[in-house]
Ligand binder design. Structure first.
Ligand code: MCA
Ligand code: AMP
Length: 515
């Protein structure tokens, strides 16, 4: 029997409008006149990239890693990889060499695409790890990827994929330890996108402002798949600039952002009811949306932000209702399990907790990932015996199913929508000369939600400079992970068992960034 075609790209492609000459994307920032990309452009460019990849004789399931600045061409690369049937591995542009070395060493990609600027060091890491092909892609659309792709045909039949076949690997730390690659299948991504299309009422004529990075779930999957599956035009921003985004809101109907984007737009006097008249839906996620941001947004714009909850391992799992008849959108809650997704709250001992009581949030459904790349034991640890994934988030569920997140059992800081793992940063600090130990925590930050800080204890007879620690970290790890403030202190608070009391540090420094 002929296998059915369940390639995510094929589903997205079949949703393209019949009018292929219509604008699919308007690249709205940068200097000069806006650039327009038609649906035909997306089709042809992704075909050329898919044909280039196909010409490389890559093994089945080959990974294509990309650390490129956001651009429409980087989106075409993503589509080309899906189309050719390989596995897309996006990497945050802020990552530096030690981080990239780990990801490339762990994922063993056959192809790496990086910026021309980073090519000297990225290619060195990649070739050392056995990668055969390293291409460049720059923000100004130059680089060897497009040069090479240009030599290939602009027609390509999508590779036949099954729902269970791997489409993407997203690195995340889940709970503790080194980053783990969450393996997402074509079926995971497509089923979630289809559910969201209906649940959020995507309709003809919708225009999405896309202002998020495209190396994480929010910008790459939730926003992008939503617009593509609905044949919706995107107003595309490579970088988020609140003024520029507000200026284009009158042409948009849907906006998606992490809470920091809403906070920054609220700081702009130009944000008023008039500019949001055409918008039907503002969505927030990736980090807790403060009740005050939710309220202020409603007061300034008349719109009630829809907050939803997701994870790299599960894509979207809950959402506040879109339709009024499904209930109100309540600030501080993340709404209900999406159709087809199971969510439950269990105690540490593995028993269901009564409605309204706090426990660990667990999930199952077609959206839940296939496991961590080459880490079967870690994967097994994160699932219950009856097959539910343990999110590491702590929350409660009301009798009607509404979920509220109250904390995390995993030691994770979310800063401006980016995850920072204290253990990783502590590891880098502890390696520095003269450091005895350190503790990294997140404290309330008006812009980023949580701000990363570190308390560092010097070895006896050593003196440490806080600024020097920050400078040293900046050369080693992604900037968003670098503590905004370092305190050098003689010791860390510990409980009777000798365990560092991070809650005490959070309490001591909770007012640091608040004015
Ligand atoms: C930049 N910086 C940050 C952050 N971003 N520091 C802490 N946290 C951050 N998120 C650093 C810069 O390196 C710089 O450091 C300084 O802060 C000021 O930079 P600024 O120009 O203000 O930053 P920006 O370029 O405007 O970026 C801020 C941003 C960006 C637009 C909020 O962080 C962003 O796009 N965040 C969205 C992340 C996202 O899409 N997450 C979704 C993950 P210095 O001054 O030292 O140079 S997906 C997910 O979580 C799940 C699955 C879900 O549910 O969606
Ligand atoms: P990631 O590792 O990037 O997949 O981040 C997933 C984590 O982001 C979740 O486990 C939550 O802790 C957090 N998260 C996502 N959406 C929300 C939300 N709406 N409210 C609170 N936390 C959220």
């Amino acid at each position: 029997m002929k296998p059915t075609q369940e390639n995510l790209f094929a589903a997205l492609r079949s949703a393209f409008p019949t009018q292929l000459d219509a604008t699919a994307i308007e690249a709205a920032d940068g200097e000069g006149a806006p650039r327009y990309y038609t649906w035909r452009d997306l089709d042809r460019a992704s075909a050329k990239i898919a044909n280039l990849l196909a010409s490389l004789d890559l093994p089945q399931g080959a990974r294509v890693a990309a650390q490129t600045e956001k651009s429409v061409e980087a989106l075409m690369l993503y589509l080309g990889v899906l189309r050719a049937g390989y596995v897309y591995l996006p990497l945050n542009t802020a990552y530096q060499s030690s981080e990239i070395e780990y990801f490339i060493g762990n994922a063993e990609p056959s192809v790496v695409v990086c910026t021309g600027r980073n090519h000297p060091w990225v290619s060195k890491i990649a070739f050392k790890a056995g990668t055969q092909n390293v291409f460049t892609l720059n923000e100004d659309r130059t680089g060897s990827l497009l040069d090479r792709a240009a030599q290939h045909s602009d027609e390509h039949t999508p590779a036949v994929k099954q729902a269970d076949d791997l489409a993407s690997i997203i690195y995340t730390s889940g709970t503790t330890g080194r980053s783990k690659g969450a393996m997402l299948s074509h079926g995971n991504l497509l089923s979630n996108a289809q559910v969201l299309k209906t649940y959020w009422g995507w309709r003809k004529g919708d225009v999405l402002i896309h202002a998020l990075p495209i190396f994480h779930v929010h910008g790459l999957f939730v926003a992008l798949h939503g617009a593509l599956l609905n044949a919706s035009k995107m107003l595309w921003f490579n970088k988020f600039d609140p003024k520029a985004v507000i200026a284009r809101l009158p042409e948009a109907t849907v906006f998606m952002g992490v809470p920091t984007l809403y906070v920054r737009m609220l700081a702009e006097p130009a944000l008023n009811r008039d500019v949001v008249k055409s918008v039907r839906l503002f969505i927030s996620g990736s980090a807790p949306l403060l009740k005050e941001t939710f309220d202020e947004w409603r007061q300034r714009t008349g719109h009630t932000i829809l907050e939803r909850y997701g994870m790299s391992e599960t894509i979207m799992l809950t959402s506040n209702p879109y339709r009024a008849e499904d209930g109100p959108r309540i600030g501080g809650t993340v709404g209900y399990a999406l159709p087809g997704v199971g969510v439950r709250v269990h105690s540490d001992e593995g028993r269901p907790v009564p409605a309204g009581e706090i426990g660990g949030i667990q999930v199952r459904g077609p959206n839940v990932f296939k496991g961590y790349w080459r880490m079967p034991e870690k994967t097994a640890e994160e699932f219950t015996a009856d097959g539910w994934f343990k999110t590491g988030d702590v929350g409660k569920m009301e009798a009607d199913g509404r979920v509220t997140i109250v904390g995390r059992s995993k030691d994770l800081i979310i800063s401006g929508g980016y995850n920072v793992y204290p253990a990783e940063i502590e590891g880098f600090i502890n390696e520095m000369p003269g450091v005895a130990e350190s503790a990294v925590v997140g404290v309330p930050h008006p812009d980023f939600g949580e701000g990363v800080i570190a308390v560092v204890v010097p070895k006896p007879t050593h003196t440490l400079q806080a600024d020097a620690i920050i400078t040293a970290l900046k050369g080693k790890i992604a900037n968003f992970k670098v503590p905004k403030k370092v305190f050098v202190l003689p010791d860390l608070p510990r409980n009777a068992m000798g365990k560092v009391q991070k809650n005490v540090l959070r309490e001591q420094h909770k007012g640091l960034f608040q004015h």
